[in-house]
Design a protein around this ligand. Structure first.
Ligand code: DX5
Ligand code: ZN
Length: 217
């Protein structure tokens, strides 16, 4: 599979959201990454259903929704209704992970599991075959624009090995501090999808930056 790019709307201009969504529609981006933060699981609050519904109204690409919230299972149906295609929950916020993964899939969404930087990939040894995507946090969740944690490369390799050993088809997404300098090494390590917020939206020409990320070998 050729790699996918998911711009993170957290860094978009919320005063001109429609313009940014339309730019992504025109670009070679594959998904729109939406960060939902509750101020409890992470020390920041982002946005909720009205914004997700609005994005869904204009977006022509799949919505990749990253839940950084406690008790995420309370909201699976509502995120489905709001247009989520891929729904990721945090391992650290999900005591009944196996049940939650299956509930997401029953609602016809792809099930993702996100791991904080301190969580060992082997925590997913017994569930990996059921998971459509693992979202590896390469910064501590909560804010855009943070610096990339270098240990992520080895985590990607160890996760890839686990996926191969279990004969699974799970995709690996990397989220946080992704830029034009580290993306090639991330793909070589085994990443399938890169999320990029600050790198895209703080650049002079966001659409061109997306094309550059998409063309990285
Ligand atoms: C951080 C979020 C990320 C964030 C990435 O908690 O999960 O998706 O938007 O932003 P950048 O690419 O700026 O690090
Ligand atoms: Zn995210």
């Amino acid at each position: 599979m050729s790699h996918l790019i998911a711009p993170s709307m957290l860094s978009a201009d919320f005063g001109n959201l429609q313009t940014d969504i339309e730019m992504i529609n025109r670009s070679h981006a594959d998904w729109l990454h939406l960060d939902i933060m509750d101020g409890v699981f992470v020390p920041n609050i982002s946005f909720g259903f009205p914004v997700v519904n609005y994005i869904n109204k204009f977006a022509k690409k799949p919505l990749d929704v990253h839940l950084m919230i406690v008790e995420p299972e309370r909201y699976f149906e509502e995120f489905k209704k709001a247009g989520a295609d891929i729904l990721s929950i945090h391992y650290e916020a999900s005591p009944h992970l196996h049940r939650s993964i299956n509930e997401i899939k029953k609602l016809s969404m792809q099930a993702g599991v996100a791991l904080n930087p301190h969580t060992n990939v082997m925590a997913l040894e017994d569930t990996i075959s059921e998971i459509d995507m693992v979202l590896l946090m390469s910064v501590n969740p909560g804010y855009g624009g943070q610096s990339f944690i270098e240990n992520t490369y080895s985590k990607i390799s160890r996760l890839k090995e686990l996926i191969t050993n279990k004969n699974a088809s799970t995709l690996i997404e990397v989220d946080g501090g992704v830029n034009l300098e580290n993306s090639s090494k991330l793909f070589s390590a085994g990443a399938d999808i890169l999320v990029a917020g600050n790198t895209v939206f703080s650049s002079e020409n966001p659409q061109e930056t997306i094309e550059k990320l998409k063309n990285i070998k």
